[in-house]
Design a protein around this ligand. Structure first.
Ligand SMILES: [Zn+2]
Length: 119
């Protein structure tokens, strides 16, 4: 099983190998694509990131040292908020933070997890 650190290193490597010209040309995402990404199943994304959400909608926060679940997740609305470290935002923001990606990369990562094709 590949660790998250290894995966992040792999992502960094692949980004460095990509020529700057091709990255610049892919920096725009269509509104249609963004709408689909925003409406993606947050539960599936949390699963893919290994974040376990209890039946009360609380999870151990991955953004600060957390022993008691202090991360509140609203899977239906695709939003999260941590009562410990005040991290909060939508599912795209969650993926950006969790995987150290920028906005466009996070959208594409979500699309690949839930099976949205870019149009
Ligand atoms: Zn937190």
């Amino acid at each position: 099983m590949e660790s998250l650190t290894d995966k992040l290193r792999g992502i960094q490597r692949s980004l460095q190998e990509e020529p700057p010209a091709s990255r610049a040309s892919t920096d725009r995402l269509s509104n249609r694509f963004l709408e689909q990404v925003r409406a993606a199943d947050f539960g599936a994304i949390l699963d893919a990131l290994g974040v376990e959400v209890g039946s009360n909608g609380m999870a151990i926060c991955p953004f600060h040292p957390d022993n008691d679940p202090s991360l509140s997740v609203d899977v239906d609305r695709g939003l999260y908020h941590c009562f410990g470290c005040e991290a909060g935002g939508d599912l795209i923001d969650f993926v950006e933070r969790h995987r150290s990606l920028d906005f466009v990369e996070a959208c594409r990562w979500i699309a690949s997890v839930v099976g949205i094709s870019e149009t």
